[in-house]
Design a protein around this ligand. Structure first.
Ligand SMILES: NC(=O)c1ccc[n+]([C@@H]2O[C@H](COP(=O)([O-])OP(=O)(O)OC[C@H]3O[C@@H](n4cnc5c(N)ncnc54)[C@H](O)[C@@H]3O)[C@@H](O)[C@H]2O)c1
Length: 269
């Protein structure tokens, strides 16, 4: 993307973490924002921070798992700004536990948000993006969209799905002005672990232990992650890897596409 000035950037999951940092940094680069989250408190705070730093953000309480809400959000963005140039499908959650203990309800919950949310965001905004001289769809997968990880079966499944969708969509859109990026962050210090759902039999303190362990190993800040994504959009990068851990996972997966599991066990013992 040649310039961010006066572009309209749509960001889901902007009430926290990477989404909030994307909002602040894209605003600083001159974008007008349309931000969404189902957490109204976090979203309002992001809008306040954007305004405080001199930017403009329309904000809407949107559950990305609900097609009607995403569709209305897309129409509202066009009503407000007349255009949409960048769509970042960032909203996401994680589910901790083992597949044999997961309830189907929990698997559906994460799939509706992490996969269907990205489908809805990509599809509902696409007609408007096609009208623009240059545009971008940016879908947030994960380093866990490159490798399978125990205790994260459902999360990995959704993030592999986002990658499949995004890489296929890029080829479908190759004769348009829409650049399509798939983002694979490693561990980023955000609220994702604190917001995780646990499915199965866990002790009361398991969520806190999980979150604390995650916060210790997550090596990249949300601000750095947002900066890497924005630089990737500027360069129309197809695959955006964030952090040394994601880069290592990418290499290990390429070298040992089947045997990476045993190697990861050794590295992260
Ligand atoms: N933090 C990491 O280590 C990491 C690593 C790889 C990928 N990611 C991905 O990055 C994205 C952003 O996560 P984060 O780390 O900033 O986490 P976060 O929990 O800090 O932020 C996620 C935001 O998404 C919102 N959200 C969740 N479900 C929603 C829904 N149904 N509708 C609308 N909003 C919803 C939450 O309210 C929250 O504000 C996610 O897709 C996540 O899977 C994060």
């Amino acid at each position: 993307m040649q310039s961010f000035k006066d572009k309209v950037a749509v960001i889901t999951g902007a009430g926290s973490g990477i989404g909030r940092e994307l909002a602040l940094q894209l605003s600083a680069r001159g974008c007008r924002l349309a931000i969404a989250d189902y957490n109204k408190k976090g979203l309002t705070e992001t809008a306040r921070l954007v305004k405080q730093s001199g930017g403009a953000a329309m904000h809407a309480a949107v559950n990305v798992a609900d097609l009607k809400q995403v569709s209305k959000f897309a129409r509202d963005v066009i009503k407000k700004y007349g255009q949409a140039d960048i769509v970042i499908n960032n909203a996401g959650v994680t589910l901790f536990g083992k597949l044999d203990n997961f309830s189907y309800k929990d698997i559906k919950w994460i799939t509706d948000i992490n996969f269907w949310g990205v489908v809805y965001g990509s599809k509902e905004f696409m007609p408007y993006l096609k009208e623009r001289p240059e545009a971008a769809i940016v879908n947030i997968s994960s380093a866990f969209g490159l490798i399978g990880v125990p205790s994260q079966t459902a999360y990995c499944a959704t993030k592999f799905a986002v990658r499949g969708l995004t890489e296929s969509l890029r080829r479908e859109l190759k004769s348009t002005a829409i650049a399509v990026s798939c983002v694979h962050p490693g561990g980023i210090k955000t609220n994702i672990a604190r917001n995780a759902r646990f499915s199965g039999n866990f002790s009361k303190d398991a969520p806190d232990k999980f979150a604390r362990r995650f916060e210790k190993v997550a090596g990249t800040t949300a601000a750095k992650a947002a900066e890497t994504i924005i630089n990737g959009i500027a360069k129309k990068k197809k695959r955006i890897l964030i952090g040394g851990d994601a880069k290592l996972i990418d290499v290990v997966q390429r070298l040992f596409p089947v045997g990476y599991g045993a190697l990861m066990d050794l590295l992260y013992k």
